[in-house]
Design a protein around this ligand. Structure first.
Ligand code: DOR
Ligand code: ZN
Length: 435
């Protein structure tokens, strides 16, 4: 069975394509792309083809979320590989990279292989495990990188925790580089963040909540940039949230240091002032920063300082959020809201649509060294179809994610994934039936 996607806006920054046309999918691959492909098919071929009309919609290389927390093994009450994969497909993601802070954590090959096996069994999106930098995420000894790489990890990160020991981080960068494994740095000086629960600012004083200063993040971004420069290795900075952090990355890139960076939709959508509601879904790490930081993150996306947008989807149960602010766990879900929140950047003219797709597909593929993020002929048919103008209201009860910790419940959104194809198979479909 072939699939023909007709009359879509085909936006593929990997080949500077942004034009109306059709995509033909055969044997899981993109076999033809261009205008009026139907005319080249015989009557019997048409019979054997599922045709979808994408008039008014965008077809892009499948979105890749390079920073997701699936909670399996260990915290299946928050999310499983299956529920997280379903949420990803519904959010328009064809691939996700999942962080190592599970229980047991992914610091050895057997956990890596378990994740891959579970993901294959549920058969929705591609799931790429990220291995731990340090054994047990303890920050004292390196994990078994070579073995985990053979098992299928695509990167290394202790995300959720920083690697405080600079000597260990230096060794990790060197060892990872020799194995061509990207290192994703969670930048936080825990002595500076201490017992803080929100950004240190006027609002933390007003609300009487202990603050996390922006330098807790920036001093570690600076350290990791210096280590990468010194060792001539590459480092990827996770969830950049501050103006100073973006500035450090901008300067490092100008100097030729191999640094890449991501931010999450909440860091360009929400600021610390919103915590006046005491909604614990707004508690994330790093914390929501000032209005000025939010604007600086947008500037850094616009000028290319920040390469990628990643959800940092961090599911937590109601019992872990429905407590006093100090006691709530950090994190918000994002797989099913990322695309709509990111499309606001296009509406605000911070990014063009092709630039947005670069940050949500092409660049994550490049940073993680995945052979994805393109609609080129012969490429695996990982395709996200979305309607950039579709209006909808967030109802977290409708989400596929097992956890409901989003601050966006009831929000009006514009833009929604309509079809997600992985390897030429339809994994999520909100389009009218095929003709
Ligand atoms: O808010 C966060 N939640 N930040 C992290 O770094 C970890 C994550 C989690 O695992 O819940
Ligand atoms: Zn994270």
């Amino acid at each position: 069975m072939k699939i023909l996607l007709e009359n879509g806006r085909l936006t593929d920054p990997s080949q500077t394509m942004d034009e109306t046309g059709d995509i033909l999918i055969e044997n899981g691959q993109i076999s033809r792309i261009g205008p009026r492909l139907r005319a080249a098919l015989s009557a019997s071929e048409i019979q054997d083809t599922a045709v979808f009309d994408l008039t008014g919609m965008v077809a892009a290389p499948g979105l890749i979320d390079m920073h997701t927390h699936l909670r399996e093994p260990g915290f299946e009450y928050k999310e499983t590989i299956a529920s997280g994969s379903a949420a990803a497909a519904a959010g328009g993601f064809t691939s996700i990279a999942c962080m190592a802070n599970t229980d047991p954590c992914n610091d050895n090959r057997s956990v890596t292989e378990y994740i891959i096996k579970q993901a294959r069994q549920c058969g929705l999106v591609r799931v790429y495990p990220v291995g731990a930098i340090s054994s047990g995420l303890k920050g004292t000894a390196l994990a078994e990188y070579g073995d985990m790489k053979e098992g299928g990890i695509v990167a290394l990160s202790d995300d959720g925790k920083p690697v405080m020991n600079s000597h260990l981080m230096k060794a990790a960068l060197e060892y990872a580089a020799s194995l061509k494994l990207p290192v994703i740095a969670h930048c936080e000086d825990i002595n500076l963040s201490g017992s803080g629960v929100m950004n240190e600012s006027f609002f933390s004083t007003e609300l009487g909540l202990p603050g996390i200063p922006s330098i807790a993040e920036e001093s570690m971004i600076a350290r990791d940039i210096l280590l990468a420069g010194y060792t001539r290795t590459a480092v990827h900075i996770a969830h950049v949230s501050t103006k100073g952090g973006a500035e450090l990355i901008r300067t490092a890139k100008k100097k030729g240091i191999h640094v890449t960076a991501e931010t999450a939709p909440h860091y360009f959508t929400l600021c610390d002032e919103s915590l006046r509601t005491f909604d614990t879904c707004l508690k994330v790490n790093p914390p929501l920063r000032s209005r000025e930081d939010v604007e600086a993150i947008k500037d850094a996306l616009k000028d290319g300082t920040i390469d990628a947008i990643a959800s940092d989807h961090a599911p937590h149960a109601i019992t872990e959020k429905d407590v006093e602010f100090e006691y709530a766990l950090s994190g918000m879900i994002g797989l099913e809201t990322s695309l709509a929140l990111s499309l606001r950047l296009v509406a605000e003219k911070v990014l063009t649509l092709p630039q947005l797709i670069e940050k949500m597909s092409v660049n994550p593929a490049r940073i993680l060294r995945l052979p994805l993020g393109s609609l080129a002929l012969g490429a695996p048919a990982d395709i996200t179809v979305f309607d950039a103008n579709h209006s909808w209201t967030v109802d977290r009860e409708q989400f596929f994610s097992k956890s409901k910790n989003t601050p966006c419940n009831g929000w009006q959104m514009t833009g929604k994934a309509m079809m997600t194809l992985v390897d030429g198979e339809v994994k999520y479909n909100a389009l009218p039936d095929a003709k």
